[in-house]
Design a protein around this ligand. Structure first.
Ligand SMILES: [Zn+2]
Length: 232
């Protein structure tokens, strides 16, 4: 299940979560399309919140349903905050999720002031299929538009994937030809070897692994139980 939330919707929820010293809750719209969901809005319900729990006012859900009737999507996203407590589903939360989802479905999100979040999807059962529950769903922030294009440009300029060294037959056995200058990690003070030295130690380049951290090749020396790094 692919679920995303619009960045401004998450920002709005987190603003209210930060602002309110007690639990706060509301509903939002979800656009459901071919197995993927997009959370497109968040609204507040009338509430007199106590420190411990937020009671949902059924009449106010009707009010919100009416006021958001022109917004695309279904009003099936129920969100609330746990203030400074961990994000989990309390007994009260579970009964609220059932109230919303027993005759359909409910996408629930719980947030806290530590910037943590947790999402779950519940779908009520019928005489044909059992109820469905999916917890700790990875909900990604939907990104798009012009600003992302410039972020992508900066990323592509600065973040390079290591180019593997390829074996060059012309240089003979054990000789490797770099296709690109590799960067040495200056913080690593370790003994490095040439390929010839590794061959002299009885180690074969065929068992070499690319070390992402050091940006160089390494060979496992089973005689001594250490990695030997190549500086060529
Ligand atoms: Zn809760």
């Amino acid at each position: 299940m692919n679920i995303e939330i619009l960045p401004e919707v998450r920002e709005k929820i987190m603003y209210w979560v930060e602002k309110c010293p007690r639990e706060i809750s509301g509903l939002g719209k979800v656009i459901h399309n071919k197995g993927s969901m997009l959370i497109t809005s968040a609204h507040l319900l009338n509430q007199e919140n106590t420190a411990a729990s937020t009671e949902i006012d059924a009449a106010d859900v009707g009010r919100l349903e009416y006021e958001t009737r022109d917004e695309e999507g279904a009003l099936n996203f129920w969100w609330h905050s746990h203030v400074d407590m961990d994000v989990y589903w309390s007994v009260t939360d579970m009964s609220t999720i059932h109230e919303f989802g027993d005759n359909g479905w409910c996408l629930a999100g719980v947030f806290n002031k530590k910037n943590e979040q947790r999402f779950a999807y519940y779908q009520g059962g019928s005489s044909f299929y059992p109820p469905a529950w999916s917890d700790a769903i990875d909900v990604k922030i939907r990104m798009g538009g012009h600003k992302v294009e410039s972020w992508d440009k900066e990323y592509d300029e600065r973040v390079k994937t290591p180019v593997p060294i390829v074996y060059n037959k012309q240089n003979g056995y054990g000789a490797w030809k770099k296709t690109k200058n590799k960067k040495k990690n200056k913080n690593h003070h370790r003994i490095t070897y040439s390929w010839q030295e590794l061959l002299d130690l009885g180690l074969s380049w065929t068992s070499a692994d690319w070390d992402i951290e050091s940006q160089c090749w390494k060979v496992w020396d089973s005689n001594t139980g250490i990695w030997r790094y190549c500086d060529e």
